[in-house]
Design a binder for this molecule. Structure first.
Ligand code: CUA
Length: 360
């Protein structure tokens, strides 16, 4: 840190310096113009004051040169602000592809976190230093706002949709986490800490403590739910059932009955579970019941993580791939064996942790 005002929180993420630089620039421009205008008002008031009671002011016709100047200069300055601000905005809102994901559920009045490796936390978030972290955030009740001042990240968490932000912490330490949106009587208590650890320490933390291990992972929990809710009876994993095949779906374009094409992201899958009639996939019947009220926000995230983990060998299309040889058939020659969900046996195997992050 070049200079530190006690007014400012520590800079502990990759974007903190950029956000601060922009903020200093905006403050400096405002200060310069405030001083200039206030100074000129005082100077002119003194210089051109009326010196005798019968003095009459000289008429002024105006000056095109002066007008051009005060149009061009503020325009240039505001364009600098716009381009610079847009640049920082895109840096903050465009999640790097290699970011590790953590799921966040805000509720009155706590922050719940789930790591893909299975660890769960409340009001505490452990992350490794020097690694981009993507937060997929949902709210169980009202609007909350996830705010870590030291990282310069803040985003509203809105009921009924997912909000994604990311950060990369640059130094180990413990940082404040706040809810920055008034959300009820104990809003001020909806606080926590983000603990940034060295990668090795983080790995050690991940493998210790309650909730760790594959059993507690969102993928495993999602798979159990998928079976408990009998989703698998219609969404057959390796061949066409009543519902679309979900393997390889995530991130792909989906053709709808009304001709629209949508991307199968978190919000699309969420909507399809809660309000299945909203978007009907082409060549399927609108027969799916709604699961509104039957699954919690955390369970929704688990189901989505599970669906995302389902990969296929033909990731080009989401349109139903014809069954490959059928269940129990041996893999084709030259086909990778045992590493994909399309391989027999039909009951889905547990995808490994590494696979969950692999873009399919
Ligand atoms: Cu949650 Cu304020």
């Amino acid at each position: 840190m070049k200079f530190s005002l006690p007014l400012f929180p520590e800079q502990a993420s990759t974007v903190a310096g950029q956000v601060d630089a922009l903020f200093y620039f905006l403050t400096a421009v405002s200060a310069v113009f405030s001083l200039l205008i206030a100074g000129l008002i005082i100077y002119f008031a003194v210089k051109y004051r009326r010196r005798s009671p019968d003095e009459v002011g000289v008429p002024i016709a105006g000056s095109h040169g002066l007008e051009a100047l005060w149009i061009v200069i503020p325009f240039a300055i505001s364009m600098v602000m716009f381009v610079w601000g847009a640049g920082v905005y895109f840096t903050i809102y465009r999640v790097p592809d290699n970011a590790m994901e953590i799921q966040v559920v805000g509720k009155q009045w706590m922050w719940k976190f789930q790591h893909l490796e299975g660890q769960r936390e409340i009001n505490e978030l452990h992350v490794p230093v020097g690694r981009a972290v993507k937060l997929v955030m949902a709210s169980q009740d009202v609007i909350h706002s996830f705010f870590v001042p030291a990282f310069r990240v803040k985003a509203d968490v809105i009921p009924g949709t997912y909000r994604t932000i990311w950060f990369e912490a640059t130094k180990p330490g413990t940082y404040h986490l706040f809810c920055a949106e008034y959300c009820g009587t104990q809003h001020s208590g909806m606080i926590g800490r983000v603990i940034v650890m060295e990668p090795a320490q983080y790995q050690a933390w991940l493998s210790g403590g309650a909730g760790s291990g594959v059993e507690g992972s969102p993928v495993a929990a999602g798979q159990r739910l998928f079976e408990d809710l009998a989703c698998h009876t219609c969404h057959r994993l390796d061949q066409q059932g009543i519902g679309p095949v979900l393997a390889g779906l995530f991130g792909k374009q989906v053709q709808l009955q009304n001709g629209q094409v949508v991307t199968a992201d978190e919000n699309y899958i969420r909507e399809s579970i809660l309000n299945p009639m909203a978007k009907i996939v082409a060549s399927f019947q609108p027969v799916m019941p709604s699961y509104q009220g039957r699954v919690s926000e955390e369970q929704l995230l688990q189901l989505i993580t599970y669906i995302r983990s389902l990969t296929t060998q033909q990731p080009q299309t989401t349109k139903v791939t014809p069954p490959q040889g059928g269940p129990g058939a041996p893999g084709l020659p030259g086909e990778p064996q045992g590493g994909t969900t399309n391989s027999p046996p039909p009951p889905a195997r547990q995808p490994s942790v590494g696979e969950m992050e692999a873009p399919s």
